[in-house]
Write a protein that binds this ligand. Structure first.
Ligand SMILES: Cc1cc2nc3c(=O)[nH]c(=O)nc-3n(C[C@H](O)[C@H](O)[C@H](O)COP(=O)(O)O)c2cc1C
Ligand SMILES: [Fe+2]
Ligand SMILES: [Fe+2]
Length: 409
């Protein structure tokens, strides 16, 4: 296939990839497509490209549809190279094009493809761009499925270009879902489960944002263009990401020991973050709590955050007694993480983690977060020097992330 007209002045310029390629440590059994879109307006625009392996073929096809030098804008919704891969080749030929993306997107693209000398247009939530006869509107959709992601809405045509969101891994020469020869809704759901469900809370945010849009067509970057009943595909995301009932149930215990109150401040910020994520919290200062009661609450909870400051390279107060007693409790499947304020070495936090691991908790640390959500963040174990404001902010973020992990796993 070269390129295909899909609507007035809108062309599909993509690649059908029939290979069973490994992707995100999975094999794409039914292949996939990379859908790129060309909007042939007065200020011609490309929305997303194709996988890096098909750069040359893509440029050949695109050149049949338009002289790349005429392009004025290249919109990049998501930087992962299965969509931005042909950008270096395209940018080299499209000398007059500005690259339109989020702030983080721009910084990643510049570093990845050495595009520091290109002109970027940074867009924020709700920004519009006139492309000469059509208007594009942008919405930031962070973490769907990577942090820099956004979606693009064609205002006049009522078409949503959501890149990975609402996609399906399926290789089909038919572009539209109403022309699908085989069942594909299950594949659509499987895609959601694999790529989107770790970010269920962000899916809720995204659905809230696009609610105000009148969407006639969803033109994603993998699989079918959803022309028939697009609302049904939005509803499926709504249904699969609905966690209302689970939210009511999830509980996290925060327990800490402190000498001068710094670790108590961290606990308070963690609690705010946890509540922001929508989990129930119980907080104990071990100085005024009965170990038996704390233990009981922990056994009833889905996760526990245990904190202590460091005193002569060790934990303070009753922390170690509590941790020792947890070794005899049934904690399999519960999440645990360590936190604490410290001055220069902060050993207490490591000792807590060791105990939690030994007791059988699933440790939420940076490695766990990266593996389960693809988010590269350095929050756990949460080690904060004294009570600096940066550290306090980090604690709030950490609380939210811990809450999200508990809710979505
Ligand atoms: C007696 C004493 C010993 C300390 N020993 C250590 C230490 O070995 N390593 C370290 O990183 N910080 C050490 N600190 C610094 C504290 O961990 C730091 O002040 C921390 O912010 C206290 O938090 P808190 O108010 O929650 O107890 C020590 C502080 C005191 C008072
Ligand atoms: Fe992606
Ligand atoms: Fe993708």
């Amino acid at each position: 296939m070269n390129y295909k007209k899909i609507m007035e002045d809108i062309y599909w310029v993509g690649k059908v990839d029939n290979r069973k390629v490994p992707f995100h440590r999975l094999i794409l059994e039914r292949g996939t497509t990379y859908n790129s879109y060309l909007l042939k307006t007065k200020l011609p625009t490309v929305i997303d490209t194709v996988d890096i392996e098909f750069s040359r073929e893509y440029m050949e096809n695109l050149t049949k549809a338009i002289n790349p030098e005429e392009l004025r804008y290249i919109v990049i919704n998501h930087v992962e190279p299965d969509h931005s891969g042909a950008l270096p080749a395209l940018a080299a030929r499209a000398k007059n094009a500005n690259i339109v993306t989020t702030e983080l997107g721009a910084s990643l693209l510049k570093d990845m493809y050495k595009l520091h000398n290109r002109n970027f247009i940074i867009v924020r939530d709700g920004d519009e761009l006139d492309i000469g006869g059509k208007t594009l509107k942008f919405y930031e959709t962070p973490y769907l499925h990577t942090e820099e992601t956004m979606v693009t809405y064609g205002v006049e045509d009522k078409v949503l270009f959501p890149c990975d969101i609402f996609s399906t891994h399926i290789a089909s020469n038919e572009l539209f879902n109403d022309l699908a020869e085989d069942e594909y809704v299950e594949d659509y759901k499987t895609y959601y489960k694999l790529i989107m469900s770790p970010h269920r809370l962000k899916v809720r945010d995204m659905l809230e944002k696009i609610k105000e849009l009148d969407i006639k067509i969803i033109a994603p970057s993998h699989g079918y263009i959803l022309r028939h009943n697009p609302q049904e595909f939005i509803r499926i995301y709504d249904e699969l990401s609905d966690i209302k009932e689970e939210k009511m149930d999830k509980k996290v215990v925060v327990v800490y020991s402190t000498m001068t109150g710094n670790t108590a401040k961290l606990a308070a910020r963690l609690e705010e973050g946890l509540k922001g994520a929508g989990v129930k919290t119980t907080v104990f200062d071990l100085k005024n709590a009965e170990l038996a009661e704390v233990r009981e609450k922990i056994t009833e909870a889905d996760g526990v955050l245990i904190g202590s400051s460091t005193r002569y390279a060790d934990m303070v107060g009753n922390t170690e007694n509590l941790l020792k007693s947890l070794e005899n409790e049934e904690v399999k499947g519960k999440f645990g993480a360590a936190f604490g304020s410290f001055g220069w070495s902060g050993e207490a936090i490591m000792h807590i983690e060791d105990y939690l691991r030994k007791a059988g908790f699933t440790i939420i640390d940076n490695r766990f977060i990266l593996h389960s959500s693809g988010v590269d963040t350095q929050v756990f174990p949460l080690r904060v020097k004294f009570a600096g404001e940066e550290g306090m902010k980090l604690a709030q973020k950490a609380g939210r992330i811990f809450g999200e992990m508990v809710l979505t796993h």
